[in-house]
Design a protein around this ligand. Structure first.
Ligand SMILES: Cc1cc2nc3c(=O)[nH]c(=O)nc-3n(C[C@H](O)[C@H](O)[C@H](O)COP(=O)(O)OP(=O)(O)OC[C@H]3O[C@@H](n4cnc5c(N)ncnc54)[C@H](O)[C@@H]3O)c2cc1C
Ligand SMILES: *[C@@H]1O[C@H](CO)[C@@H](O)[C@H](O)[C@H]1NC(C)=O
Ligand SMILES: *[C@@H]1O[C@H](CO)[C@@H](O)[C@H](O)[C@H]1NC(C)=O
Ligand SMILES: *[C@@H]1O[C@H](CO)[C@@H](O)[C@H](O)[C@H]1NC(C)=O
Ligand SMILES: *[C@@H]1O[C@H](CO)[C@@H](O)[C@H](O)[C@H]1NC(C)=O
Ligand SMILES: *[C@@H]1O[C@H](CO)[C@@H](O)[C@H](O)[C@H]1NC(C)=O
Ligand SMILES: *[C@@H]1O[C@H](CO)[C@@H](O)[C@H](O)[C@H]1NC(C)=O
Ligand SMILES: *[C@@H]1O[C@H](CO)[C@@H](O)[C@H](O)[C@H]1NC(C)=O
Length: 639
């Protein structure tokens, strides 16, 4: 049998069709043993890495491994080749494949069939998962119906995000996934279960070689590539119909360096695998007696597999463009990150404050809003003092409720936080006669304060949709601007929406490195999220009306009072107008240029990611929301 790499082009194209591959390729038992899994252990010293590679990172798919596969005459190894191999051998996979649309699972040509999958799985070392929806045990469609399992899945669907995170495909944003498999008890009328917008296959990745194989296969066959870590993304960025998904959740390595040196930095640092969750990182830091910052922490370097399948280090000195773009440029756009190195900071004490108030027979609607208005008036003071406040505002049937949960003050003792909050608490209890019971708590460490203050959050409702806005300091400049901002927030609650808010600012006073983080963050004193929701049995018309109102009315009012600012892409509107400016401001042009340079194959795609404006889904939900349960195609007007 001839290796495909040596076949003339016409034969190669034939070999791509699932039927012919199935007929022409035989993998014998001896070969199975000799090829699986495909990687070589590279010398860690041969990289630019700023900290030793994890074991899984030393296991790489290289030209030498590829050559071995070809020598074994394993047929379609070319499906896993790097782009330069193609250039050298004058091979082209493209012309049989629809270059307008990503290959779809019902396409005759191009979608991997049984044999390709079998070879793929061998090369991966058995980590290929043929996916089934998380709730499939509730239905007969996948042959795994099980009433007990279904009851468990249904009862824990919203409150146990760990089980969704431990599933290769489950995502939070089920609405945009197409709600193709939600337990019937949570979605009356659901009678069948299909993959919908969930990927067709998933790779449980623990090595760089597995990521490289998946990237090469997806690029060579023009498949839709998905990256799922926890699946929390609001905008369904970690799912996609007919996709091949790289599941990074199990890359859990954690190394601590007490005296780490990189460029001008000298001090403690952690190397964290891509699958490490924030609670695990905080726990590890706590054990070492230091603190690390979740989210946008100071990143010193990252290890990345890029669109060409190559494994590189991104740091200030190695691939600095990529490093710049990865810090703020968004997920699933420039590469698959396998680990990063972050700074650690000294252990710090924290004080928290919680309180709540609501309308009642003693608190009128006007008193209630006057209390919220006093709180808003303090945002400059609160953020300048380096504190963060996380609050909710809800209104139902004329009753309103405010909850501070919590006000979080790092490096501040109780008396200092009491002094900062005193004008507000005095005004509530005094002038406004609103009964409150403030609860202060002091902790020795960030970790203990965080652990007590932030319970696990709810998962996966298809009956709501969120928007968000970063409100700049200038909206607090004078009373008129602040009143307009406050009224725009109140409007949403008066209209039946919920608001989750944060008084929050980028660390005050200090310099920051140049990176792709949204410049709007540097001016922010208030991050607001608004939520529109509807009943389980709401009609499609009702859902469309409420969903459009979120963007066109509530969102527009918020944008009007914060001109030139933007939104936090991880907590924003799925159909944010002018998302490029909202999420990246003046950084966008460079991000777009880098996208073209670093991913000329358009391999990586995510909804509203850099470059995604050139793509569209073939179907819309409720006439206006791109459906991840449909075909992804290049726009006719794409550049
Ligand atoms: C209940 C809830 C609470 C939240 N609370 C907060 C909060 O307090 N603060 C906050 O900042 N945000 C919060 N978020 C938003 C959260 O930060 C984002 O959803 C974030 O993108 C989750 O990242 P993930 O990798 O775990 O999720 P995923 O959904 O798995 O991934 C997010 C995106 O990154 C891509 N991606 C994942 N891993 C990689 C990788 N290794 N390489 C390249 N791309 C990758 C994915 O393809 C996707 O595009 C919350 C979200 C939810 C649902
Ligand atoms: C190539 O195959 C030979 C024989 O099985 C093996 O000894 C060698 O380690 C392989 N090299 C790589 C890079 O996989
Ligand atoms: C690609 O697929 C789409 C969707 O099926 C189809 O409309 C289009 O004509 C195809 N284009 C090519 C070049 O085959
Ligand atoms: C979720 O709720 C169910 C049913 O009320 C309960 O049995 C389970 O313990 C809860 N799980 C978590 C993680 O809180
Ligand atoms: C190492 O750094 C050099 C630039 O100093 C860069 O050209 C090269 O691509 C880097 N290699 C890897 C594997 O990151
Ligand atoms: C309202 O105020 C009265 C008098 O102070 C008090 O007795 C009563 O408990 C309060 N009611 C509520 C709902 O707080
Ligand atoms: C903000 O701080 C200043 C200085 O401490 C104080 O005078 C002012 O009253 C504070 N304003 C609010 C709204 O808390
Ligand atoms: C609390 O912190 C302030 C400001 O740092 C300091 O002046 C004060 O002495 C501290 N109070 C206590 C009780 O430690």
């Amino acid at each position: 049998m001839m290796p495909v790499a040596l076949l003339p082009r016409a034969c190669l194209l034939l070999a791509l069709s699932t039927f012919t591959v199935a007929q022409s390729l035989v993998v014998d038992a001896a070969n199975e043993r000799s090829v699986a899994p495909a990687f070589e252990v590279v010398d860690p010293a041969s990289t630019n890495a700023t900290a030793p590679l994890f074991d899984g990172e030393t296991r790489q798919f290289t030209n030498a491994v590829l050559k071995n596969l070809t020598d074994l005459q394993l047929t379609n190894t070319v499906l896993f080749a790097f782009p330069d191999v193609f250039a050298k051998a004058d091979i082209e996979l493209g012309s049989a494949i629809n270059s307008t649309c990503k290959t779809f699972s019902d396409d005759f040509v191009g979608f991997p069939g049984f044999v390709t999958n079998r070879v793929f799985n061998l090369l991966l070392g058995g980590s290929l998962i043929q996916t089934t929806p998380f709730a499939s045990p509730c239905f007969s469609d996948f042959g795994n119906q099980d009433a007990d399992k279904c009851a468990h899945i249904s009862a824990n669907w919203h409150n146990d995000s760990y089980s969704h995170t431990d599933d290769p495909t489950s995502v939070n944003a089920v609405l945009f996934q197409g709600m193709s498999c939600v337990p019937p008890s949570l979605n009356p009328g659901q009678i069948t279960c299909t993959l919908g917008g969930y990927p067709k296959m998933s790779i449980r990745a623990t090595t760089v070689a597995q990521v490289q194989l998946a990237i090469n296969l997806a690029r060579n066959l023009n498949l839709r590539l998905v990256i799922k870590n926890t699946g929390h993304d609001f905008a369904a960025k970690s799912t996609g119909a007919a996709g091949v998904s790289i599941w990074t959740h199990n890359m859990k390595g954690i190394n601590f360096y007490e005296n780490y040196i990189e460029g001008p930095y000298k001090g403690p640092a952690f190397k964290l695998g891509a699958g490490v969750q924030v609670y695990e990182a905080y726990e590890a830091a706590h054990k070492e007696g230091v603190t690390i910052v979740g989210g946008e922490g100071r990143v010193l370097s990252m290890e990345v597999v890029t669109a060409d399948g190559r494994f590189v280090t991104a740091s200030e000195t190695s691939n600095p463009d990529l490093f710049w773009a990865l810090r703020g440029g968004g997920g699933s756009t420039y590469g698959v990150v396998t680990s990063m190195v972050v700074k650690a900071f000294p252990k710090m004490p924290v004080t928290t404050l919680m309180f709540s108030f609501s309308t009642s027979q003693n608190v009128t609607v006007d008193q209630f809003w006057a209390g919220v208005r006093t709180y808003f008036g303090g945002f400059i003071n609160y953020t300048e003092a380096g504190t963060y406040g996380y609050f909710s505002l809800r209104g139902m049937g004329g009753n309103y409720a405010f909850a501070m949960k919590p006000w979080f003050a790092p490096n501040m003792n109780r008396s200092a936080l009491e002094a900062l909050a005193a004008p507000l608490l005095d005004d509530l209890a005094g002038r406004l006669s609103i009964p409150i019971e403030p609860v202060f708590a002091e902790y020795d460490s960030f970790y203990e304060a965080w652990d007590v203050s932030f319970p696990l959050e709810a998962w996966g409702s298809g009956q709501s949709r969120a928007g968000g806005r970063l409100f700049p300091r200038s909206s607090w400049e004078d009373e008129a601007a602040l009143s307009n901002t406050f009224e725009a927030v109140r409007y949403v609650v008066d209209q039946g929406g919920a608001v989750i808010g944060f008084h929050i600012a980028a660390s005050p006073g200090s310099g920051h490195p140049d990176n792709a983080v949204n410049p709007a963050w540097r001016e922010t004193v208030f991050h607001g999220v608004n939520l529109a929701s509807w009943d389980r049995d709401a009609s499609p018309e009702e859902i469309e009306t409420r969903s459009r109102r979120l963007t066109d009315d509530w969102g527009q009012r918020w944008r009007d009072v914060s001109p030139g600012s933007g939104a936090y892409l991880s907590e924003s509107d799925y159909i944010e107008p002018d998302f490029q400016h909202s999420f990246w401001g003046e950084k966008y042009d460079r991000l777009y240029e880098l996208k073209k340079k670093l991913d000329p194959y358009d391999l990586f795609y995510a909804h509203q990611a850099v470059g995604s404006e050139n793509w569209e889904t073939s179907e819309l939900l409720y006439g206006h929301l791109p459906s991840q349960n449909s075909r992804l195609c290049r726009k006719a007007t794409a550049s």
